[in-house]
Ligand binder design. Structure first.
Ligand code: GUN
Ligand code: ZN
Length: 431
């Protein structure tokens, strides 16, 4: 097989799950590595000298000491909240009512939804994120707007129409039947089309009646290869509200489980206040949890036990949770994950943080065979990090003795200036 492009630099390699096993046995960096690309895919990885000899006709892009990584995968976002990111002073339920629902109502205007989707995806690309899993709004056209904008950029994405039939304002409610019908039509239109896939999306138990949860559980049983995404145990008043709305449920997770919304392709955001039964059931079913650390501190939610849940072998993704989260950047998100780990007594290693932002998130979305790794056969979504992108970072890196010491300042202090380049499906895009 020929390669059209050969990119050279330090390459990030993952061979296992460093949340379960020692990171040294799972993650490595080749300081003189290379990635060969053809037709939007990675065709070979290895030492630069070997791949140069193997592909003498390929166009060479030499990134020197930059770190070549899989494109970041943001496993839980709300693209409709782009314009209200960093809204002051509220915790979850008030934040939803004050800022989020009014903004989501604006996406009833399809042109506004299209503009928002385009702006959002350009922002994430400029931050080195090549795949997101997004909630849309209640409006089916907001899903079309998102997938059309993603297709125009050739990005692999997951998204779904947010379903709510109670505890939401007029204009932001559907019904059990319309949520089922609209989601089904969107699956037919988008699931598996190009690089798009569909996630059935009940927002969270407080905004879906048992009837709606049942209807969406039924839909998932008809389309078992779709993901199902929702929120779980994010904030204490929310958990108490769920308890009062579902007095017969054993716990928050049971409000999903009882309605057919627990399974291996379930992706549950936040998961901070889990009871033992919930953790055991999640581990048993193979469902994924998504850590949203900037959101969890910004909205005042709490500290997820990411290290403990990872040790259980639960697939873990990492996410900005835009716009409850306070950043579009997965670097900033890794930094927040590190800080929250510290507050819980577990210092996550940079290898673990990078894993969560790439292969881990890909696995949480069941995309681990396509994205999240630099390996032959994978789609060529690649982010190139400048490890000395600001004077403050560069002066710290001059003291570094290992690649991990050189990378960690970029994780903790880096922003979009650290994104030297981004490739999407084998094409270089300007960040
Ligand atoms: N729970 C239900 N909806 C949302 C949302 O939009 N953002 C966050 N962070 N939590 C939620
Ligand atoms: Zn969310």
């Amino acid at each position: 097989m020929n390669a059209t492009d050969l990119i050279l630099g330090q390459t990030f390699e993952v061979t296992g799950n460093p949340m379960v096993s020692a990171w040294e046995s799972c993650v490595a960096v080749n300081s003189a590595g290379a990635v060969a690309l053809a037709d939007g895919k990675i065709v070979a990885t290895g030492d630069a000298a070997d791949l140069r000899a193997q592909f003498p006709l390929a166009r060479v892009t030499d990134y020197g000491r930059h770190l070549i990584c899989p494109g970041f995968v943001d496993a839980h976002v709300h693209y409709p909240q782009t314009a209200i990111i960093a809204s002051w002073g509220k915790q979850l339920i008030d934040w939803l009512n004050t800022y989020t629902f009014p903004e989501e109502m604006r996406l009833a205007d399809t042109v506004y939804a299209q503009e928002t989707a385009a702006r959002y995806l350009d922002l994430v690309l400029s931050h080195g994120t090549t795949t997101v899993c997004s909630y849309a709004t209640i409006h089916p056209a907001s899903v079309d707007a998102f997938f059309q904008a993603a297709a125009a950029r050739d990005m692999r994405t997951v998204a779904g129409k947010t379903c709510m039939d109670r505890n939401a304002p007029d204009g932001l409610r559907d019904t059990a039947q319309s949520a089922y019908d609209d989601s089904k039509a969107l699956i037919a239109a988008w699931h598996g089309k190009g690089r798009a896939s569909y996630a059935i999306t009940p927002r969270f138990s407080p905004t879906s009646s048992p009837g709606q949860l049942n209807a969406l559980g039924q839909l998932w049983s008809e389309y078992p290869d779709c993901l199902m995404q929702t929120h779980l145990s994010e904030q204490i008043p929310e958990v108490e509200w769920v308890r009062s709305l579902f007095p017969d449920a054993r716990d928050y997770l049971d409000t999903y489980e009882a309605h057919g919304l627990l399974g291996a392709r379930g992706v549950y955001g936040h998961a901070i206040y889990l009871e033992q039964r919930e953790i055991d059931r999640i581990a048993e079913t193979g469902a994924a949890l998504v850590h949203c650390p900037t959101s969890n501190s910004f909205i005042g939610s709490g500290l997820m036990d990411v290290a403990g849940l990872g040790l259980r072998g639960i697939p873990l993704g990492l996410a900005t949770d835009t716009g409850g989260g306070s950043s579009f950047s997965m670097l900033r998100t890794m930094a927040a994950a590190y800080e929250i780990g510290q507050l819980r007594g577990a210092a996550l290693h940079p290898a673990q943080l990078m894993y969560l932002a790439t292969a881990g998130s890909a696995r949480s979305l069941h995309l681990q065979d396509r994205i999240g790794l630099l390996a032959p056969g994978y789609e060529a979504d690649i982010t190139v990090l400048d490890l000395s992108s600001t004077p403050a970072i560069a002066q710290r890196v001059r003291q570094a003795e290992t690649i991990w010491e050189a990378l960690f300042p970029t994780i903790m202090m880096g922003d979009d200036r650290a994104i030297a380049d981004v490739w999407v499906a084998g094409t270089r895009v300007t960040p």
